[in-house]
Design a protein. Structure first.
Length: 95
């Protein structure tokens, strides 16, 4: 599988363009509140910048790089928890 890029997902921004939280939320299909919440808690997975008094922005290149790290190749996705528990229960010998 090839590397996933923002352009393939419909990101119309040019690399190294500053994206506002509203644009990031729209692109990631999450709420703008979610983006602000994770920026406030420092758990947002992409580096962001402050500009002006209260404005924040994300570099589109950083967002693109982050997206390329979360690609799953066929066959290496994690199993659902239910399937893991079933396998663990089958491995325990019953008496």
């Amino acid at each position: 599988m090839t590397e996933l890029t923002g352009k393939q997902l419909g990101l119309t921004a040019v690399r190294c363009r500053l994206l506002l939280p509203k644009e990031v939320a729209s692109f990631l299909r999450v709420s703008e509140r979610w983006v602000h919440h994770h920026m406030d808690n420092k758990t947002f997975p992409v580096r962001w910048f402050l500009f002006g008094d209260r404005n924040r922005g994300v570099d589109s290149a950083d967002l693109d790089d982050w997206l390329s790290t979360i690609v799953r190749n066929p066959g290496n996705a994690t199993l659902p928890l239910r399937a893991i528990r079933k396998i663990q229960n089958e491995e325990v010998p019953s008496m």
